[in-house]
Design a protein around this ligand. Structure first.
Ligand code: KIV
Ligand code: ZN
Length: 540
């Protein structure tokens, strides 16, 4: 049994950096992954699945750096994903080695449809691979997690046999994935109960759950699993992930926080117990959500539970009146409980570099001198334009800076002329790493269209703009605009994000950001996908 085990606590296993990053266009670079991992540690997750190290040298480096810098003695467990192959397990084992607490998560499919068409293996072969590969993972770390992929559509009797073999070979956590998001809550609960009742050595492992949101049931399924004995939940910030995404961390945590007295008895506690059900510091939820949304380019819908822009906005007159008289009339939780109103005005235009640096540190960003200088220049510039600079503004600037690397095309200049009696026209100048300055101009249906056409004339990489959104960072006419965009190039999606008080500048920077990611991928090649890639079958 894992040494994290506490029967009356739910462990939170965050897979934003692995399954979340598998969302089209959500690809993150090493620095961005490190920034998110640090914030996940502040949030208090128990385990960070930091990536799939065998996927590419970049993925390996990211997991290794997170293991080294975030996987401290009192920090979270750092986990690397591995298919049930020696080469994957070896890569994961080496990548997590610097962590004080490292885990290997290995998996193989157990549903007939996956075994027949994806793996081309029969049941005996899958059972044998499970035993051999869990035992092999054990040679790298004591903390091994095993998943029977597509458990939701697997024959329960066979899945139980595979789980028993995995635990006998040393798995300390068995994770039960509803890979295609097919099950309903009562079916999911029954599956977990069946595992508890039928796997003879199940008391030697923690039961974990993993599920996708194809039918919008992932969170409900997990909560039912908790009632039936699951003690680890695999989830992502904002619910990002493959297809319709994974179960959303913030929804699970807040459901168990707000409805603690309902869940307490299922964990053997008295109904009225006040002890938290997870280790999550809920006040870090909002900031984590913003960070992940900005860096992945995955926009959060306004009506999204817990972290959507409207989740705490009481717009209708009747509601406002009720809320003013007694908050509980229309609110089941406080905005403060997720840290929404925590970050208020802190710095002004007279604040110095040291004050800026220490505020950033408190917000979880420990920047090196160069990054700090760049961010400070932008802060001063913003403080000149904007009456009050809040923490949200500062975070938007820093997220922007963190996201800059690797930058092939650097924006030197953007100028537009537009208005109701003119043809929108843009001029842009971009600089390459060789110092070459490239200028072009174009007209368009609006200023942003004109800018994008001018940029395309310079960059010359075919792409299609598939999403464009602008959101203001704070309220007020002088607020910064955050632009998030997604572009497609030959079936691959790339995102870009930028913030500026001038939304044309933010739009240009966001577009360049996406094009720089596209350019880098064209140079370095795509990383392997752990579940779909041809190698998933070829190297077993
Ligand atoms: O959805 C899934 O089955 C997975 C496994 C790798 C656990 O992500
Ligand atoms: Zn998954």
């Amino acid at each position: 049994m894992s040494n994290l085990s506490q029967p009356d606590r739910i462990l939170i296993f965050d897979t934003t950096l692995r399954d979340g990053e598998q969302s089209p266009g959500a690809t993150l670079n090493v620095d961005e992954k490190l920034t998110i991992a640090r914030q996940l540690a502040r949030l208090g997750v128990d385990i960070i699945e930091a990536g799939f190290p065998f996927a590419s040298p970049g993925d390996f480096e990211a997991v290794q750096k997170i293991a080294d810098q975030v996987g401290t003695e009192d920090g979270p467990v750092i986990c690397g994903l591995a298919r049930a192959t020696k080469q994957d397990i070896e890569a994961a084992g080496n990548a997590i080695a610097p962590a004080a607490k490292g885990r290997i998560h290995t998996f193989i499919a157990t549903s007939d449809i996956h075994m027949q068409y994806k793996l081309r293996k029969n049941r005996e072969e899958v059972l044998a691979i499970t035993k051999e590969m869990v035992a092999y993972a054990k040679t790298f770390t004591d903390d091994v997690e095993f998943s029977p992929e597509d458990a939701g559509r697997s024959d329960p009797a066979f899945m139980h046999q595979v789980l028993e073999a995995a635990i006998a070979a040393g798995a300390t956590t068995v994770n039960i994935p509803d890979t295609v998001g097919y099950l309903t809550p009562s079916e999911f609960g029954t599956m977990i109960r069946g595992i508890r009742d039928n796997v003879p050595n199940i008391d030697q492992a923690i039961i974990s759950v993993h599920g996708h949101n194809d039918l919008g049931l992932a969170v409900a399924n997990f909560l039912e699993a908790v009632k039936n004995g699951a003690r680890q939940l695999e989830c992502t910030i904002n619910g990002i992930g493959e297809r319709a995404g994974n179960a959303a961390l913030e929804e699970l945590v807040m459901a168990m926080h707000v409805r603690r007295s309902y869940y307490n008895p299922f964990l053997g506690r008295p109904v009225e117990s006040d002890a938290p059900l997870t280790h999550i510091n809920t006040q870090e939820i909002y900031q984590t959500s913003r960070l992940v949304s900005n860096l992945t380019g995955m926009f959060v819908q306004p009506n999204k539970a817990i972290v959507g822009a409207n989740a705490f906005a009481h717009e209708s007159g009747i509601h406002q009146d009720g809320v003013l008289k007694n908050k509980l009339t229309y609110e089941i939780m406080d905005a403060e409980s997720i840290g929404l109103n925590k970050n208020q005005i802190v710095l002004g235009k007279h604040s110095g570099r040291n004050a800026f640096r220490s505020r950033l540190k408190e917000l979880g960003h420990d920047l090196g001198d160069q990054d700090l200088n760049r961010a400070f220049v932008r802060f001063k510039d913003l403080a000149d334009k904007k009456k009050t600079v809040t923490d949200w503004d500062i975070l938007a600037l820093v997220n922007d800076e963190t996201q800059q690397a690797p930058e092939h095309f650097h924006l030197e200049l953007v100028q537009v002329s537009c208005g109701d009696h003119s043809c929108p026209t843009a001029t842009v100048t971009l600089r390459t790493p060789e110092g070459q300055e490239l200028t072009d101009a174009a007209t368009g249906t609006g200023p942003v269209d004109a800018v994008y056409k001018a940029v395309n004339r310079v960059v010359n990489i075919p792409n299609e703009l598939i999403e464009f959104s602008v959101q203001s960072v704070t309220a007020g006419i002088d607020a910064m605009g955050e632009v998030t965009i997604r572009v497609r190039h030959e079936n691959q999606v790339f995102s870009g994000h930028a913030a500026n008080t001038d939304i044309v500048v933010a739009s240009t920077q966001a577009y360049l950001n996406a094009l720089n990611r596209l350019y880098t991928t064209l140079q370095s090649g795509q990383a392997l996908h752990p579940q779909r890639d041809e190698l998933a079958t070829a190297t077993l």
